[in-house]
Design a protein around this ligand. Structure first.
Ligand SMILES: Nc1ncnc2c1ncn2[C@@H]1O[C@H](COP(=O)(O)OP(=O)(O)O)[C@@H](O)[C@H]1O
Ligand SMILES: [Mg+2]
Length: 324
C-alpha cells in the first residue's frame, strides 16, 4: 500500500487511528469470507480468497443494478422504490435496496442527503414525525411492514434502533435493559429476566463494567457506556435487525473503537445497518455500502468496491473528499 499519493482511496486496510489494525485486518478478512460465499449466488468475478488485502486493481465487475440482485437469497429487508416527503418536500427519491442478515450495511453521504430518513423507514419511525409521508414498499422477511396486520410495536422490537446521542431511560442500568423484555412478555419470572439482562449486557460488551452497579442510573455512565447500554437495550428484545444512526458521532475515539469492535462481534447474529458520516468507519465495519446524495441512492455495492473502485463519478468525488 502506497501512502505517498495525496488522495488515497479509503480501504479497510487504510491507516486509521482507531480501532486497532487488527480489527481493520479482520474487516478485510471478513469481507473476503463474504466474497467467497457470495460467489455461490452471484456471477460476479471473484476476488482472491483468504486474508489478502483488498487491491484497487480488482477487475471492475460487469454493470449491475444499483440495488444488489437477490439471486436466490432472501434479503432480511428489502426497500422497493421508497420515497419520503416532509410536507411538500421530497427528501428521498425512489430508493431500492436490500439488506442481508449476515452483513453490516453502511449508509454514507453528505449531511441532509436522506440517510436518517431512510433508516427510519425501516422500522417505521417516520410514522412518529408529523407531516412525513412514505411511499413505496418495505419488506421484512418478505412481509410488507406497512401492511395493516403489521404490529408496529412488534416491528420496532424486531428492527431495533440506536441513535446518534445515547438516550438511556432515566432509570437503573438493570431497568434500561429489562424494560423491553418485560413489556414484550419475554421472561417468565425474575431469574429469567435477570438472565436476559446479563446476556444482553454481555453481548453489548458492557457486563464486566456494570455488573456490580446494576441499580445505578443508566444516565450516570460515560457516553460510550451509555451507547453500549442502548445497544444492550435493543438486543434485549431479541431483534433481527439493528439500525444505528451515527452511533459514534457523540463519542470519543476510544469509545468509538469499542462500538466498532462490538459491531464486528454482533455481525452474523443480527442484520446491521449503520449510518455514518465517517467513511473510514464505513470501510472498517461494513461489508456493503450505500452512497446517498440529494435524496437518491447513487451506488450500492461491496464496501471494498465503493471505496476502491466506485462506478459513479459522484461516489468517487465524495470518497475523495471533493464535497460533503
Ligand atoms: N422532521 C423533518 N421535517 C422536515 N424535513 C426534514 C425532517 N427530517 C429531515 N428533513 C429533511 O430531509 C432531508 C434529509 O434529512 P436527513 O434524513 O436527516 O439527512 P441525513 O441523515 O443524511 O443528514 C434534509 O433536507 C432535511 O432537512
Ligand atoms: Mg442523519
Amino acid at each position: 500500500m502506497t501512502m505517498t499519493q495525496e488522495k488515497q482511496p479509503i480501504t479497510t486496510n487504510s491507516a486509521v487511528p482507531f480501532p486497532s489494525t487488527a480489527i481493520a485486518a479482520d474487516a478485510a478478512r471478513d469481507d473476503a469470507g463474504i466474497a467467497k460465499e457470495d460467489a455461490a449466488w452471484t456471477d460476479r468475478p471473484e476476488p482472491a480468497a483468504g486474508p489478502a488485502p483488498i487491491t484497487v486493481e480488482t477487475p471492475s465487475p460487469e454493470p449491475q443494478d444499483t440495488a444488489e440482485p437477490a439471486a436466490g437469497r432472501t434479503p432480511k429487508m428489502r426497500a422497493d422504490r421508497v420515497s419520503v416527503f416532509y410536507g411538500d418536500k421530497q427528501a428521498l427519491k425512489d430508493v431500492s435496496i436490500e439488506v442481508h442478515d449476515d452483513r453490516v450495511t453502511a449508509f454514507i453521504g453528505p449531511s441532509g442527503c436522506g440517510k436518517s430518513t431512510f433508516l427510519r423507514c425501516l422500522n417505521r419511525m417516520n410514522d412518529t414525525i408529523a407531516g412525513a409521508r412514505v411511499a413505496g414498499q418495505i419488506e421484512l422477511d418478505g412481509h410488507d411492514i406497512n401492511a395493516p396486520d403489521m404490529d408496529v410495536v412488534q416491528l420496532r422490537a424486531r428492527v431495533g434502533m440506536v441513535f446518534q446521542k445515547p438516550n438511556p431511560f432515566p432509570k437503573s442500568i438493570y431497568e434500561n435493559v429489562a424494560y423491553g423484555p418485560r413489556i414484550h412478555g419475554l421472561a417468565q419470572g425474575k431469574s429469567e429476566l435477570d438472565g436476559i439482562v446479563e446476556k444482553s449486557l454481555r453481548r453489548a460488551g458492557l457486563w464486566d463494567e456494570v455488573k456490580d452497579r446494576l441499580q445505578e442510573s443508566g444516565t450516570a455512565l460515560s457516553g460510550g457506556q451509555q451507547q453500549r447500554l442502548c445497544i444492550a437495550r435493543a438486543i434485549a428484545v431479541d431483534p433481527e435487525v439493528i439500525l444505528m444512526d451515527e452511533p459514534c458521532s457523540a463519542l470519543d475515539p476510544i469509545a468509538t473503537a469499542k462500538i466498532e469492535e462490538l459491531i464486528h462481534e454482533l455481525r452474523g447474529r443480527y442484520a446491521i445497518a449503520i449510518v455514518t458520516h465517517n467513511m473510514q468507519q464505513a470501510a472498517r465495519v461494513s461489508q456493503r455500502t450505500a452512497f446517498f446524495h440529494l435524496g437518491e441512492l447513487i451506488e450500492y455495492n461491496r464496501t471494498s468496491d465503493i471505496f476502491t473502485n466506485p462506478r459513479e463519478q459522484r461516489t468517487q468525488d465524495y470518497i475523495t473528499g471533493r464535497y460533503g
